[in-house]
Design a protein around this ligand. Structure first.
Ligand SMILES: [Zn+2]
Length: 484
């Protein structure tokens, strides 16, 4: 049985976790955000990502021995198109010794490291604007990124929002540059590697080593890429349409046949609300907590296969993290001001799931949230769009955000509300979009240009919305008598 209390506590933890996982970026002393410069100009993380090129694919090859956890060997090829003439360009990578860099097979003229995660590369020949090029970076050493979690017995897992990819491969580390990801990982035979997407062939070297292959064939934002290395118990199955499902459990975590049985039902339910499931694989990864970063139960929407950290899957969290496969993963942020596009919807999806089982959101969920807001003096104080640097995943996105979604639904009606969500998915599938675009679409689909006032009150305001916005439509019954 799922209680609201448990759900709230869990998502509060997710919120705290997200805050705890932030990495502080140190502004680089190198050039600004011009062509080939470090940083894409994200208002909150100006050094994240790099300008001058657009990545299409990451081919990430790593070798790792859990008996020697201070050493990873990496060989990553980044295939990209230059969006400007490039005399030099950056990739983001934390730690490691970079052993060599080639561009289309030719050694780079030079490469150097700076700041928290900059790898500055000068190719032997200038790259023309519009040219497709492949950068191969070979690197080795101790994984030092905060998102590389060392689990018990040498096992490892990478999860982190807003950053994580740079802990194990060189990347253009910003959600606005999405790319496919091919993973080839070699580990000692007793170990298993789980990644994003569809499993490929597993081969044995004959020297006590096994190589695992995974391929995410739909573009992903770097922060939802993952690798997990452990002595996993792996359960495989298929959705009704043949989509492969891979569920993996670290030793000592809770094997959960109920969650496995529920997953296809949850995916079908969400597809009925948002449109077809966007990815070609599914499942989940359950890992132990990182002893160095105790965080209780937490989860991250790693693409096509969410990761549960701390030993168990929560069924409400299955709905939440799977909603992110549509909102956040298939349709990603334009920049880190857009967090509500993922969290407001994912948190509200739990209410939709409860409604399916007969819950009346007007008399249960909504008054419960009103009560919660009365007990929390900061409840209304954070804006849902552009909440501010360091608050991009603030708990307001979960609580005030899920209320806002319900109030929007009661303002424009079910047809326009779900029509907006489905059209959002259709128009921006596998791409990026921003919160202001969502407001524009909701106005268009509902034929309500006057919705600006609703969004000003709920999304851009920092105080409790006026009663006409707080209690729209059937929620009017909840309004204090003097305002009805
Ligand atoms: Zn979430």
């Amino acid at each position: 049985m799922r209680s609201t209390t448990r759900r709230r506590r869990h998502f509060a933890l997710v919120g705290i976790l997200a805050g705890a996982m932030l990495l502080t970026t140190v502004p680089s002393s190198a050039a600004g955000t011009g062509a080939g410069g470090p940083g894409l100009g994200d208002p909150y993380f100006p050094d994240d990502g790099n300008s001058g090129y657009d990545v299409a694919d990451y081919d990430v090859r790593v070798a790792y021995d859990p008996d020697h956890p201070d050493h990873l060997t990496g060989d990553t090829t980044v295939t990209a198109t230059a969006t400007a003439r490039l005399d030099r360009f950056h990739l983001d990578l934390e730690g490691f010794e970079v052993d060599s860099v080639t561009i289309d097979g030719t050694p780079a003229r030079s490469f150097s490291r700076s700041g928290a995660h900059e790898l500055l590369i000068t190719p032997a020949r200038r790259i023309a604007k519009g040219a497709k090029f492949a950068v191969r970076v070979r690197y080795s050493g101790k994984p030092v990124g905060k998102s590389w979690h060392r689990l018990p017995d040498g096992a490892a897992n990478v999860t982190g929002e807003p950053h994580s990819a740079t802990a194990w491969y060189p990347a253009n580390d910003h959600p606005s540059d999405k790319a496919t990801l091919r993973l080839t990982a070699t580990v000692p035979e007793a170990w298993t590697v789980i990644g994003n997407g569809r499993p490929g062939r597993t081969t044995s070297s004959g020297h006590g080593q096994k190589t695992y292959r995974w391929y995410e064939d739909k573009p992903l934002a770097t922060y939802v890429s993952t690798i997990a290395i452990d002595k996993f118990t792996v359960h495989t199955s298929k959705l009704a349409d043949g989509t492969p499902v891979v569920n993996a459990y670290s030793p000592g975590t809770v094997i959960d046949p109920q969650a496995e049985a529920l997953l296809p039902e949850i995916i079908d339910f969400l597809a009925s609300k948002f449109g077809p499931y966007p990815f070609s694989s599914a499942g989940f990864i359950v890992v132990n907590g990182d002893p160095a970063a105790p965080r209780g139960g937490a989860a991250l929407e790693t693409q096509s296969r969410p990761t549960y950290i701390g030993g168990a899957v929560f069924d409400s969290s299955l709905v939440h993290e799977y909603t992110h496969q549509w909102f956040g993963n298939s349709v990603s942020f334009t920049d880190w001001r857009d967090g509500c596009l993922a969290e407001c919807v994912a948190q509200y999806a739990n209410q939709l799931w409860d409604e399916k089982s007969g819950a009346d959101l007007d008399t249960g969920f909504y008054p419960g949230m009103i009560e919660q807001s009365r007990q929390d003096p900061d409840f209304w104080s954070v804006k849902l769009y552009d909440p501010g640097a360091g608050r991009e995943l603030h708990s307001a996105l979960y609580f005030k955000g899920s209320m806002m979604m319900h109030a929007l639904r009661r303002t424009i009606g079910d047809a326009a509300f779900f029509g907006t969500l489905r059209q959002w998915q259709r128009e921006h599938r596998y791409g990026n979009a921003s919160w202001p675009q969502f407001e524009a679409l909701a106005k268009k689909v509902s034929a309500r240009p006057d919705l600006s006032a609703f969004f000003d009150a709920w999304v851009h305001g920092t105080t409790v919305p006026e009663d006409k916005y707080l209690y729209p439509g059937s929620l009017g019954a909840l309004a204090p008598a003097n305002s009805r």
